[in-house]
Design a binder for this molecule. Sequence first.
Ligand code: THU
Length: 141
Amino acid sequence: MAGSDPTSAKATVDMLVAAARQAREHAFSDFSGFKVGAALETDSGEVITGCNIENATYGLTICAERVAIFKALSEGKRAFKRIAVVADTREPTPPCGACRQIIWEFCGDVDVIIANLTEIKMTLRMKDLLPLPFDKRLLRR
Ligand code: THU
């Protein structure tokens, strides 16, 4: 079965990172000069990508991770396996706080693969990136 075989799991992670690197090329990053790409894998193995999109107001910037997630949600995708994030940094570039909230709420405790242009730096679970999250469980009375 695909997914239980460690060889195919690695191939999928490498493909996801490659997709994030490619998506990064589309970044609108004129203001920061910092390009980011993301690739989100659905439970059925589809890959939806995103890049950061900045604009002249600065404040309306949206990160690559949220672009990928909102694209996927808007196409009716609802269940996700993992997300890869790529930036051209030597230190790992993790998702910002806003993205952690959105990844947690819409993707759950997925693997977050952090890579740069040449290597995978680390893989973390969302619950470790966002301990003690606020989410819809708390809205139930
Ligand atoms: N950015 C992302 O797209 N994802 C991250 O994980 C970190 C930051 C973007 C936002 C902004 O366009 C630029 O990187 C600099 O903060």
